[in-house]
Write a protein that binds this ligand. Sequence first.
Ligand code: UD1
Length: 398
Amino acid sequence: MSRGTLHLLHVCGARPNFMKVAPVMAAVETWNARSQATTAVGSSGAPVRFAQTLVHTGQHYDAGLSDVFFRQLGLPEPGYHLGVGSGSHAAQTAHVLERLEPVLLQERPHLVVVVGDVNSTVAAALCATKLGIPVAHVEAGLRSGDRGMPEELNRLLTDQLADLLFTTERGAGENLAREGIDAAKVHFVGNTMIDTLERLLPQARGGEALERLRLSARGYGLVTLHRPSNVDDAARLEALVVALRRIAEQVPLVWPVHPRTRARLGELQQVEPQQAGSGSAAPRLLLTEPLGYLDFLQLMDGARLVLTDSGGIQEETTVLGVPCLTLRTTTERPVTITEGTNHLIDPADADAVLQIVERILGREEDYIPCRPALWDGHAGERVVQAIADWFTIHEQRR
Ligand code: UD1
């Protein structure tokens, strides 16, 4: 590799990572194409070219949680697949550490890029840092304040290790400052997940998921649940299913079920929501397999409301202007409440959930799509420019 070529090694592992890494990889390709025509430069004027390698840890391995996303997002075939699979948090984290180390020793990248807050994120950041390889964290600084949430620990630790921290909202920079992280490392770039949404929304809108599921635009609600706090305890999950059934009496609900939740639902004998395709009348609570990115985006865009405990969906519904009821007591994405369409509701309070659903269904006027600062479809490009600048300074110091 020639001097002036910056080798990035991206690590992704679970469903919510794929839409965040894709725009960064695409922006690198654009940069390289441009640098062939002209000479793309870091802000200090030195030419920079990139090489990039993608590593898939295999934390998510089902076709429906992984392969379909690679295809639809246009991600390249990973250079390495670590095949870590499921397991306890310790086992999953340890397997990434163990299997990523030889890859990093062989590839010797200048920078490891990690995204989001899953176990693969923190494991890759730790593995690289221990080898003295700098780390960039895309989606840094988000904090729910709830250390009982596995992702919160992943976020805190990854940000302590990272050399470059890319934030999606201004509050994230304030969180990092409070934790003593040098402001020079922090770059407010916007939201790469929204880059992906922006790029693929026209294609999603032309899809046939609504027709296939016999749904009409604004005529249904969309549900996703997978947080351990909501689904791992049988009594809690059962109470949520009862609440969903009550909501479904007012508006039909579609629920693509995450494997974690599917396993727990199977344990609930008395709860038997209808499966997709069973019976001739459209069911009021329709369970489906996990959906691909384009189908899910079409469903989200057309929904009357969304009920979820996901992180990213709070942001996507904000941009789409679809009301989102987040069934959690905390959120790490406050801008979706202060500026967007998100409402935080304690999932243990079924009456409060019902009340807000009624309020939304009774509203005459539509919610308005909202774009928090820099959620403009160009975050990936800003990440790449900041990395090029960092590299130029880094090279000059060597
Ligand atoms: C993980 C992330 C979470 C993210 C979510 C999105 C962590 C701590 N959690 O949670 O932040 O929001 O992904 O989906 O990293 N399973 C399958 N097939 C798969 C993957 C998982 O059947 O392809 C099953 C396994 O039985 C596993 C369970 O789902 O035990 C949970 O998977 P895991 O990756 O541990 O966490 P998620 O709940 O998916």
